[in-house]
Design a binder for this molecule. Structure first.
Ligand code: SF4
Length: 365
């Protein structure tokens, strides 16, 4: 890339002139230039605004039962090859106890999307049990899809603090190409849910998939601007990885090579960090599916949260949202040691015993 282009890239960062055209220019930087320009800028901003600590969110994949049929997702309702499971409350509590005893300070409860009175009640009771088990010392993030305002409120009142609902793409037309055309896969409804979450008072998180078929750099630039506009407190964004038992797999010939999707994700993270300096950004597990040290490498580009998997190993195979999902058979203790070692190797430290709430959220309160 020409020197002139690199001077322009540096100027965009310095002046914070975040137009779609300028973001596309940064996303288009060849990786070696991105390493020289984007990486140090994002690293500096991250360290200044959120520090060098990495916060663990112990991940419990509660159930792979889902009422929806997103074309990219391995646990979609239409995947008949999958054996469905729901982890019993005692096993969830054992995972929570492990997190608490090991000073993780936070867990994430994630599952396919079910919107029913019974499910609402089940989660509400589970939250109360988690609260009782840990004397309210553990913060809980939920990632359970689109729900009514009342349900979000009930779960918040029962002790949930944060909620992650990825928009996946902010382009309504593109959204339609990766979801069935029916009432349960409605873009506007998803955006409405993000507003509900803010209204209730959650630390609200969203995010996107990077590099799925049909997505352009312009789409990614608009996605980043969308995340800024809805004023997220946290972000989970990762590379799209195809799953062979999904409809989107048929379009795999349109995809960028995995390494390029990985690189594009790192650039997207860096730009988001430059634009939203004090939010929490998670290193998505999908990064590790491409590069064994993918999550730790992303720390330098702007992430500050990692989600060690606490799901009992016998269920992990059943929660494959995409192919090549890593750590399917590593137990919790091994996972923690291995992760901690790598985090330190990449110049960071684990924020044990700290909630690691979004600074962005705290400043608004
Ligand atoms: S992406 Fe979420 S809502 Fe869609 S099928 Fe997968 S688990 Fe269900």
């Amino acid at each position: 890339m020409s020197n002139e282009f690199n001077v322009e890239a540096k100027e965009i960062i310095q002046t914070e002139n975040w137009t779609p055209e300028n973001i596309i220019k940064l996303l288009s930087l060849p990786m070696e230039d991105a390493r020289e320009i984007l990486y140090p800028a994002a690293k500096e901003i991250k360290e200044k605004f959120v520090g060098k600590k990495v916060y663990f969110r112990g991940l419990v994949e509660l159930s792979n039962i889902c009422a929806k049929d997103c074309y990219y997702c391995g646990i979609r309702k239409g995947n008949s090859k999958l054996e469905r499971y729901t982890i019993a409350d005692e096993d969830v509590l054992a995972a929570v106890k492990f997190a608490h005893q090991n000073n993780y300070a936070s867990v994430v409860i994630q599952a396919g999307e079910i919107a029913s009175p019974a499910f609402t009640q089940k989660i509400e009771e589970l939250l109360k049990k988690i609260h009782a088990e840990t004397k309210g010392q553990l913060h809980v993030t939920l990632s359970l899809g689109e729900q009514s305002l009342e349900t979000y409120q009930r779960w918040f009142d029962a002790g949930a603090h944060r909620y992650l609902l990825r928009i996946e793409t902010s382009n309504k037309e593109l959204y339609k190409t990766i979801h069935p055309q029916d009432d349960t896969h409605n873009f506007d409804r998803r955006v409405e849910c993000l507003h509900f979450l803010k209204k209730v008072g959650y630390q609200m998180g969203s995010g996107i998939m990077v590099g799925f078929p049909g997505q352009s750099l312009e789409d990614i630039a608009n996605d980043i601007l969308f995340l800024q506009k809805i004023d997220i407190d946290m972000c989970g964004l990762g590379p799209y990885i195809e799953h062979e038992d999904t409809p989107l797999f048929e379009r795999r010939t349109e995809l960028l090579p995995l390494q390029e999707r990985f690189d594009l994700t790192l650039k997207t993270i860096a730009i988001l960090r430059l634009m939203m300096k004090d939010i929490n950004i998670a290193s998505a597990t999908a990064l590790q599916a491409i590069d064994p040290a993918g999550r730790e490498k992303a720390l330098g580009w702007g992430t500050n949260v990692i989600m060690p998997n606490l799901t009992p190993t016998e269920f992990r195979e059943g929660y494959k949202l995409y192919d090549n999902k890593p750590c399917l058979d590593e137990d919790r203790t091994k996972c923690q040691k291995c992760l901690e070692g790598r985090i330190v190797m990449y110049g960071h430290e684990v924020g044990y015993g700290e909630w690691g709430d979004s600074q962005h959220y705290k400043k608004k309160r």
